[in-house]
Design a binder for this molecule. Sequence first.
Ligand code: HEC
Ligand code: HEC
Length: 273
Amino acid sequence: MKHNEHNDITKVDHNFEPYEPYRPIPLLVIAVVCALGVWGVLTYIGDLTAAEQFVARTAPVAEAPATPAVELAEGLNNASPEILALVHEGRDHVWSCASCHGDAGEGNATTPRLAGQVSDYLFKQLVDFRDGIRDNAHMAYVARGLGEDEMRELADYYAQIRLPSLVGPRLDGNLERGRQLAHEGDWKRNVPACLQCHGASGEGVQPSFPVLAGQQPEYTFAQLALWHADARGNSPQQLMDKIVQAMTPEDMRAVSDYLSTLPLNREPAPQVQ
Ligand code: HEC
Ligand code: HEC
């Protein structure tokens, strides 16, 4: 019978090693995995710190919380329930005025403040939006859903709201230059004093000259820019068009910022007949 080689204890393999021999490659793999792990943790911590710094940079500077406009305003209920419903809830495609103009008509950036504005001026703007004489897609849509009686009542409602000015310069304009343009004009450039028409403190004059004091500076600037670009054409006798043609963008910023600093806490605009 042939000897089974495998069972032959006389032929012991002396090179056989029952334990794993030392092998450098798995250790290298372990080292790489560890290094990746450490790198991952460090990156994670780094991200956390970066995120904290980002939060710190974008968090608002500690300021006394601003009192909401509704708490400072007077006259917020002085209208019929139907008009107040248009203001706060809207109807069909008449989106609620408050959704854009704020609960007290305080406005926001390029959406104008309506509170305390001259009533006849507001009414005229609504009619002009409806008729496409003043061009703004949102307001045209809203105004086309309103009857003229409603326009009149909405204008009266916003005009009688008393609300102090809540804004200030935000356009980096030169306030001294703005003051000069508003009160004196610049005759070398053919720019008349704004307050010659808009009231001595920008408080507006019934029926045609709107309040400029305390208006959102972005809105004032945007309107001046529209006239400059021939894109708002509804002012009587093209008064504003001619005035703004002569103004530089820096002057528009300066005067918009300055007008926003004028307080607005006054009795209703005087009725000039
Ligand atoms: C979708 C937002 C939006 C809604 C809703 C809205 N408005 Fe406006 N409104 C604007 C914007 C934006 C302007 C500025 C248009 C421009 O730049 O010419 C404006 C302008 C006006 C103006 C002209 C003011 C001025 O100083 O010349 C009047 C008046 C007005 N809105 C009244 C209303 C009334 C009343 C309602 C509710 C029935 C209403 N708006 C609903 C966004 C809105
Ligand atoms: C000669 C009179 C007159 C002078 C001077 C004048 N304005 Fe006006 N302005 C008007 C009239 C009128 C309107 C109303 C236009 C309309 O009915 O759409 C108006 C409207 C405006 C409006 C629009 C307000 C709003 O709520 O949309 C702004 C902004 C404005 N003027 C800024 C100025 C500035 C800034 C100056 C000075 C550089 C100035 N105005 C000088 C007559 C004048």
